[in-house]
Structure formats: C-alpha cells, structure tokens
Design a protein around this ligand. Structure first.
Ligand SMILES: [Zn+2]
Length: 80
C-alpha cells in the first residue's frame, strides 16, 4: 500500500524493498531513509510527468478528432 507520497512500505527487508513504486522509475533502494521533503519532491516529479503524459495524450486525441472531421468534410464536398 503506497503512502501519501507514493512509496510502498510493505516488505520484510525494508531497506531493500521500500522503494518508489512508480512504474518504470529507476529509483530503487532504501527510499524510506530519504528525508520527507526529498521523497515529496520525488513524488511531485512523478506528478509532473503524469500530467505531461496526460496532456500529450489529450493533444493527440484532439489532433485525431480534427483529422477525422476534415476527412468527413472532404468526403462530403467530393460527393456533393
Ligand atoms: Zn520514483
């Protein structure tokens, strides 16, 4: 179960298994020994990454929708 900062505190050998649970994060190791401020900063970094990814995804969706609309309009003009 991740704590408020997204770190997993489960695991018997905490110095090995307490680590950032963000998928694909290269930060392993004993994150529970980090100062809370550092852990929070690390978590905020992941938040920013997630937001950027969401924005990229939304922009891509928007471009695709616009392209579909243009294709439909083109078809309509050709069949007119
Ligand atoms: Zn991380």
């Amino acid at each position: 179960m991740p704590d408020g900062y997204g770190f997993n505190h489960l695991g018997g050998r905490s110095e090995i298994e307490v680590r950032c649970i963000e998928e694909g994060c290269m930060m392993g190791g004993p994150l529970h020994k980090w100062p809370v401020r550092l852990r929070a900063a690390h978590w905020r970094m992941h938040e920013r990454e997630r937001r950027r990814a969401a924005q990229r995804h939304a922009a891509k969706r928007q471009r695709e929708a616009t392209a579909r609309l243009r294709a439909v309009n083109r078809l309509r003009q050709e069949t007119r």
